[in-house]
Design a protein around this ligand. Structure first.
Ligand code: CP
Ligand code: NVA
Length: 303
């Protein structure tokens, strides 16, 4: 494992190893207090963030390392110099790059230009750190994550893609329900189907809420992702039938509700569900830090 750009690149063994390492770091953080002593990471953000920025910064500090935050105040990435040159220069000082970018190709250029590990902190296509934290939360509640049946409901997006890939890689079952016209990327579906033939995982894609019957957890994300300027209200009519509310939780028999956050109360989920005992949103947010610490430890320890 040289970078974490997409979960397509990790197999079952690597993912389960990372989930176990994340659990170990969470259980005894003091054992890892010097694990990345003297290491520095540049965190590069083209888009806003709360959870990702704070959890990487505080997480690296807990491992003895140091994070430097860069936003777009000096202009858009790739304008003042090429992304490759940017990556090459950061590699002169830092031991790793964490980047939240508009385009997945930007991460690839950073990886080509530099010679340090690059970690995807969200792109147009994927959000792998989120999916790792989410499956850590599921493992804590349900045990063996490969036995989990997870459903995603809403806009087919970066978060959906990473959940689908992680489920496929570990041989778990995933149901994705999107309104017509808001489906997941066809190439990611093909990738997951190919992975599932090897791992025994199962992927169901539907626009019908009836597909949710019998799932363990229902996962929601915003109806409008960062970078899409459509006002939330404008797409309300299309997405409203897909809102996660108590009735849906009851009808499907789902034990848990999940959301990567930021959440829009009374849009994709009611406050009643979001604040209920079924909600895993805060364990998910906390696990961002532990899962990412496992990733950073694995990628940076030899550098
Ligand atoms: N879930 C997540 O990535 O949150 P932020 O956008 O706040 O980092
Ligand atoms: N799909 C959302 C995830 C936010 C963490 C977005 O890209 O804005």
């Amino acid at each position: 494992m040289n970078h974490l750009l997409t979960l397509k690149d990790l197999d079952k063994e690597q993912i389960l190893y990372l989930l176990d390492l994340a659990a170990k770091i969470k259980a005894t953080p003091q054992d890892y207090a010097d694990a990345l002593k003297g290491k520095s990471v540049v965190m590069l953000f083209e888009k806003p963030s709360l959870r990702t920025r704070v959890s990487f910064d505080i997480g690296l500090n807990k491992l003895g390392g140091h994070a430097v935050y860069l936003d777009q105040q000096n202009g858009a990435l790739g304008e003042r110099e090429t992304v490759k040159d940017f990556g090459a220069n950061i590699s002169c000082w830092a031991d790793g790059i964490v980047a939240r970018v508009f385009k997945q190709s930007t991460l690839e250029q950073l990886a080509v230009g530099g010679n340090v590990p690059v970690i995807n902190a969200l792109s147009d296509l994927y959000h792998p750190c989120q999916a790792l934290a989410d499956f850590q939360a599921l493992q804590e509640k349900l045990g063996d994550p490969s036995k989990v049946k997870l459903a995603y409901v809403g806009d087919g997006n970066n978060v959906t893609h990473s959940l689908m890939l992680l489920a496929a890689q570990i041989g778990a079952e995933m149901v994705v329900v999107c309104p017509p016209g808001y489906n997941v990327d066809g190439k990611v579906v093909v990738d997951c189907q190919e992975i599932n033939t090897r791992t025994g995982g199962k992927l169901t894609i539907s626009s019908e809420l009836s597909a949710l019957k019998g799932v363990d957890a229902i996962y929601a994300d915003t109806w409008v992702s960062m970078g899409d300027e459509t006002p939330l209200d404008q797409i309300k009519a299309v997405f409203s039938p897909y809102q996660i509310n108590s009735q849906l939780m009851q009808d499907t028999g789902a034990q848990f509700f999940m959301h990567c956050q930021p959440a829009h109360r009374e849009y994709e989920v009611t406050s009643e569900v979001m604040d209920s005992e079924q909600s895993l949103i805060l364990p998910q947010a906390e696990n961002r830090m532990w899962a990412q610490n496992a990733v950073m430890l694995e990628l940076l320890k030899w550098g």
